[in-house]
Design a binder for this molecule. Structure first.
Ligand code: ZN
Length: 465
């Protein structure tokens, strides 16, 4: 019985962990490396194992850094079953088709610029993405057990991170020896508006856990929602537009919910005109409505009673590019949510070009912005930014709301870990593997853990279980 870490070992992306037990091989997640050209190029490289040798792939959730390399896995020979929750499966379909499309576009652009040399191939294309959809098999339900083989079982437990997200418990048996190994997936902070908090099973022998924010805590949620409402209200009072660069999954639906609540509670004007200007976010929102079982009881109840949690008054859905372009002529009173979240591409760049130069407008950043992205450059206070070769002055108000993270902070991660121990006070897991965090964050987190063996695996490193 052993485990090998083929991604997210010393960085935040590319989650991919391989468990071998009694002659079978189980993969947990198959994520993309993201952030910077060098890391991106690793996606085309070798997995570190033969995809054809994998019997089953268990998926924690639908973020690209956990599922983005599945089309490559299938193209290179994986023929096993993919198991995840129903909500994850629906979101993965959307995410992988969108990802394939982006890879195709990127290859097309590279080929247009190319002078000689071989034609650039996309990392994978739409047909690859469609092929891997055939491999999805049984649906996992939170708290229920899926039998994999004689002596090997898996169960999925709410991780509270995004719709359908799960921590996965593997119950393994080899030559009469039993081990319970828990994969955290990404862990939510427990205060999300739409999702229940994480529910880790206990007790377990070994834990593989994420440490994205292993070194810090977030701002409280309530204060962040109030700050968000105030920023929207102020821009509306000035008569300007509000641009919100938005991640399509979870964040967009949360913002719609906060806008709806704000109007209902009188924190926002009731006649606010809200534009959801992102085809991906529009589709994701439809999938949220389809999976009330993966959300809080009160949200499920709202949907059942015909009250749409994702529909603030004055909501407009703009799927067509022509409708999106028409928004560029609106000079005041519009709240526009558009992707991409970090402003690296997508419709939001057009909205920024038209609104950044106006002092009565506001841009509200509600998510993580990586070094070097346009979002980060604006957040860091640039006086002007370059868009389509032209300098655009930044005169709009810029707000950064810090408390909307879908990841647990340090205190919440420690709490999650404590809950995986024995209820009788018999101690925590025997061994904890820390993954999915920058080196400094996971080292800092390792120092905080109360006891037991702690390992910080390097990429492709193997451990006996
Ligand atoms: Zn995630």
């Amino acid at each position: 019985m052993d485990i090998t870490f083929h991604g997210a070992a010393g960085c935040v992306t590319g989650s991919c962990h391989l468990v071998s037990c009694a002659g079978r091989r189980i993969l947990v997640d198959c994520g993309m490396f993201q952030g910077g050209r060098e890391l991106y190029e690793e996606n085309a490289g070798d997995f570190g194992f033969d995809p054809a040798s994998i019997d089953v792939l268990l998926l924690t959730h639908a973020h690209l850094d956990h599922c983005g390399r599945i089309p490559l896995l299938v193209r290179r020979g994986f023929r096993g079953e993919i198991i995840c929750t129903a909500a994850t499966r629906d979101l993965v379909r959307l995410v992988l088709l969108d990802s394939a499309h982006l890879h195709e576009e990127e290859a097309r652009r590279a080929n247009r610029r190319r002078r000689g040399g071989a034609e650039v191939e996309p990392l994978y294309d739409t047909v690859d993405a469609l092929d891997c959809l055939d491999r999805f098999g049984r649906e996992a339900v939170y708290g229920e057990t899926v039998a994999l083989w004689e002596g090997v079982r898996a169960s999925f437990h709410d991780a509270g991170h995004i719709l359908g997200s799960a921590s996965i418990l593997l119950e393994l048996e080899e030559a009469g020896r039993r081990r319970r190994v828990l994969f955290s997936g990404d862990i939510g902070p427990g205060n999300r508006p739409l999702l229940d908090g994480p529910q880790p099973p206990a007790p377990v022998d070994a834990v593989v856990m994420e440490t994205t924010y292993g070194d810090r805590d977030h701002r409280p949620m309530d204060a962040s929602v109030a700050e968000f409402h105030a920023a929207v209200r102020d821009a509306d009072a000035r008569g300007g537009n509000v641009i919100i660069p938005t991640f399509a999954l979870e964040r967009a639906q949360e913002l719609l919910f906060f806008l709806r609540e704000g109007a209902a509670q009188g924190a926002l004007p009731p006649d606010l005109q809200v534009f959801l200007d992102s085809p991906m976010a529009i589709s994701a929102t439809q999938l949220f409505r389809r999976h009330p079982e993966a959300m809080k009881d009160e949200i499920t109840r709202m949907i059942r009673e015909g009250r749409d949690p994702f529909r603030p008054p004055g909501l407009h859905i703009t799927r067509d590019a022509s409708e999106s372009m028409a928004l560029n002529r609106v000079r005041s009173g519009a709240v526009i949510m558009a992707g991409s979240g970090m402003c690296t591409g997508g419709r939001v760049r057009h909205h920024l070009r038209h609104n950044l130069p106006h002092a009565d407008c506001s841009v509200i950043f509600v998510g993580f912005a990586a070094e070097g992205t346009l979002a980060r450059i604006i957040i860091d206070g640039a006086r002007s930014v370059k868009l389509w070769g032209k300098q655009v002055p930044v005169r709009a108000h810029v707000h950064t709301i810090g408390g909307f993270s879908a990841h647990a902070g340090q205190a919440e991660l420690l709490d999650w870990h404590a809950r995986t121990g024995r209820a009788d006070g018999g101690g925590g897991p025997e061994v904890t593997f820390l993954v999915h965090g920058e080196e400094a964050a996971r080292r800092r987190f390792a120092e905080k853990l109360p006891g037991g063996r702690v390992e910080l695996p390097r990429i492709h490193q193997r451990y006996a279980l």
